[in-house]
Design a protein around this ligand. Structure first.
Ligand SMILES: [Zn+2]
Length: 215
């Protein structure tokens, strides 16, 4: 028996989506972003890249991955109107997609602006960021993206115990968990380690130097 489906009365119309790729630290988010940008460029299309101005690991206005890839990006602050910036570029040269690194630092307003870009300009927006901070709370940008994105994807990484790492521990230079402090620390000595929920609760980074055994 053949089933004939008639789409004639309901033409498929693909709308651009907002995607949120979330993970713990060091899961390779920037690498995936840069690979996507490369794929667009390889097909002769122009991606527009954004990175928070506070993240200067790759230099200001640059996205760098741990495996050595990097690309120029527009540095943004929380107050910036991303919709205006994207429309400005799109008017000069057709933008095929928008890629946002460290998207946890977006404001709620900026996430709304990005959904307008998808809905009104039909440009897909791909956001890459952390889900939660070192205290296990959602970042503002992540909370808004979890609520408003069309498509949620987890980029997986593993804890030192082998389980999936979903949480981020902030540690001092000795690997001891830090539980207090501002959500965003810049230029301190603290480090970040991705761990499973159990080891997050225990504060076990897997990097602590064990105390010398008594003789
Ligand atoms: Zn673990």
């Amino acid at each position: 028996m053949r089933i004939v489906v008639d789409f004639g009365s309901c033409p498929p119309h693909r709308m651009a989506k907002v995607y949120f790729y979330y993970s713990a630290m060091n899961a390779g988010k920037s690498t995936v972003l840069l690979q996507s940008a490369y794929n667009y460029r390889e097909r002769g299309m122009v991606p527009l890249l954004f990175t928070p101005a506070i993240d200067t690991r790759g230099g200001p206005g640059r996205i760098a991955s741990r495996i050595g890839l990097s690309a120029e990006a527009i540095a943004f602050n929380r107050q910036d109107d991303l919709q205006a910036a994207i429309r400005h570029h799109h008017a000069r040269q057709r933008i095929a997609c928008v890629l946002v690194d460290e998207a946890q630092f977006l404001s709620r307003d900026q996430v709304q602006q990005l959904t307008d870009i998808a809905d009104q300009l039909d440009i897909p927006v791909l956001c890459y960021g952390l889900r939660t901070d070192f205290q296990g709370n959602l970042f503002e940008g992540s909370a808004s993206l979890l609520a408003w994105a069309d498509d949620l994807n987890e980029i997986k990484t593993i804890c030192h115990c082998g389980r999936k790492a979903t949480m981020v521990l902030r540690t001092d230079q000795h690997g001891r968990a830090l539980r207090e402090g501002a959500q965003i620390e810049i230029g301190g000595n603290e480090r970040y380690v991705s761990v499973c929920r159990r080891h997050f609760k225990e504060g076990a980074s897997g990097e602590a130097t064990p105390a010398p055994a008594p003789l």
